[in-house]
Design a protein around this ligand. Structure first.
Ligand code: IPE
Ligand code: IPE
Ligand code: MG
Length: 253
């Protein structure tokens, strides 16, 4: 049997992470480099997401979380925030039918109530339409920051303790995980940041406790299948020890 040419570079030795999370950074610099307005970088970023998503499906990744808009991004110039929100609404409308066809399930994390009503509505419809899909789960982080998420979870846990629904003895790590926006998803195995910065910027601080980190110099609009494959190759070469010794890990394999 011959391997289809588009799969030719997928060695069976590759270890495919179940959950990949991406900090999609560098849209502004991509645009600036070309003398274009920052918004053009965000528009081109949508293309990059489409291609990356297609590749993630091809590679057999089950969960893809993308950092699309942080809580801190609300403090950008109003014009840019408005442009990002309107891009979000049009992207959800234009992409959902195709994503649905690809059996992709759409979910969102973050303080969604802070988004403009039309964005919330578009998101709700898209999540509802794709809820029973069995393919890749695309998790969009919007108005998201990890500290904000932990604070919202802490409020809910505290009120359960105060009302007697939860006892302090029962308060284990698993209870915290269950109260986060990501309660339904496994922790990310691989966390990629594009755009050359090497920081986490308030993303999945709890969930990425043992994620492998991969920093790419590529600006997000130029990211795609090949760049994702490079990240997965690097991931494959890593040894995830979870605090154990290398010898212990090799015995388990
Ligand atoms: C990431 O690109 C997109 C968002 C944060 C919304 P940036 O807009 O941060 O691009 P740079 O970092 O300024 O190049
Ligand atoms: C992180 O990028 C947030 C998103 C990619 C949505 P930023 O560009 O906001 O991060 P900082 O400000 O450089 O840390
Ligand atoms: Mg940035």
């Amino acid at each position: 049997m011959t391997t289809p040419s588009h799969l030719a570079d997928l060695s069976p030795e590759l270890r495919i992470p179940e959950h990949v999370a991406i900090i999609m950074d560098g849209n502004g610099r991509w645009a600036k480099q070309r003398g274009l307005p920052r918004t053009d970088g965000h528009i081109q970023g949508q293309e990059a997401l489409r291609e990356t998503l297609r590749a993630a499906v091809e590679f057999g990744i089950h969960f893809l979380t993308v950092y699309a808009f942080s809580s801190e991004n609300w403090s950008r110039p109003q014009e840019e925030v408005e442009a990002l929100m309107s891009l979000l609404v049009s992207a959800i409308h234009s992409e959902t039918p195709e994503l649905h066809k690809q059996d992709i399930r759409i979910r969102a994390i973050g303080d969604i109530a802070r988004l403009p009503e039309n964005a919330q509505q578009a998101l709700r419809e898209s999540i509802e339409k794709t809820r029973d899909n069995k393919g890749l789960t695309l998790i969009i982080a919007l108005s998201y920051s990890s500290r904000d998420e932990l604070l919202r979870a802490t409020h809910r846990i505290a009120s359960e303790v105060a009302s007697g629904k939860l006892s302090l003895d029962e308060l284990k790590e698993e209870v915290i995980s269950r109260h986060l926006d990501t309660a339904d998803f496994p922790d990310p195995d691989l966390l990629i940041r594009t755009g050359g910065e090497e920081r986490i910027s308030n993303f999945l601080l709890w969930q990425a406790a043992y994620a492998e980190l991969f920093f790419s110099p590529i600006y997000w609009p130029d990211f795609g299948r090949e760049a994702l494959l490079d990240a997965i190759k690097a991931y494959t070469a890593r040894e995830r020890r979870f605090g154990k010794t290398s010898e212990q890990i090799q015995l388990e394999d």
